[in-house]
Design a protein around this ligand. Sequence first.
Ligand code: GH3
Ligand code: MG
Ligand code: MG
Length: 311
Amino acid sequence: MKRALVVDDLQENTTLLTFELEDDGFDVQAVHSGRDCLDTVQTTPLPDIILLDIHMPGLSGLDVLRQLKAEPKTADIPVIMVSANDSDSNIVEAIDLGAHDFVSKPIEYTVLAARVRSALRLSTTLLELEQANLELNKLATVDPLTACYNRRHFFTLAKSEADKAKRHTRPLAAMMIDIDHFKTINDKFGHAAGDYALQQFRHSCMSVCRSSDIIGRLGGEEFALCCPDANAQGVLSLAERIRNNCENLPIQFEQHRFSMTLSIGVTELAHGENFDEALHRADKAMYNAKQAGRNQTSMIHAPDNPSPAET
Ligand code: GH3
Ligand code: MG
Ligand code: MG
């Protein structure tokens, strides 16, 4: 049932409107001052529409409208202003402030009802549009299988983190992760088991990461991490936690039980370089880990940060 809030300082006006709106199936609440209107929207479930008298003692309808529109919680509730007459100069200001429409007194109820229907149609459409936008945004940025960021969005976020790190001279690290012999998992247990394993990998990886770490699926069974505020030592120990956690995670899919190992490459962002360049180095390090026998982490330090203890 749609909720309507009727605001008018004269009781006889709200009584009449309440009667008509209830007849049309609305759940109606009536208040008799601007202050009561603002209190009501804070303390009761939000109305779907507000009918707001312009001329009231104390807070006027325009004052109330201004406050409703300034508050994010109430800004989207459609408001129909009720004015003294058609030439009321406040109407223009009200529409400019964001009122959906107006009606003049004496109220012709059929006209008001049509305007209410139009306002509700518009707010339903706007809501649907907002949801569709959210959905579209998710589709454009998130990998549907694992819920990691997709390749494109991962690079967008990582680049922006790298810019921030440069501005504030903070460290930032890059990590490449590749699941070992993943093809064998598909071959032995089926593609669905492989899909499930990719999802489980993401959960196990997230469980040891910071909330500020950004994880992307670059393709297939290859993932990348951007770790703001992590130096070489920090990212190395994170990689080892990710690797151990994954190795010790039993994956149960239908009658199959198996686990996976990871080859990981890490590096830190060098002075003045782009994130892509750092990730490219992390990829080389990952390849070294594969060459050295898999199930291990390898690091290549940034060229401006050489360390005798390269692993
Ligand atoms: P290595 O240790 O050298 O990385 O061997 P690997 O088998 O992991 O690597 P390879 O590149 O030979 O095989 C990757 C496999 O990942 C092949 C491909 O079918 C599989 N794969 C890629 N994307 C998906 C997916 O979305 N779901 C499933 N189930 N498998 C996938
Ligand atoms: Mg009045
Ligand atoms: Mg692999």
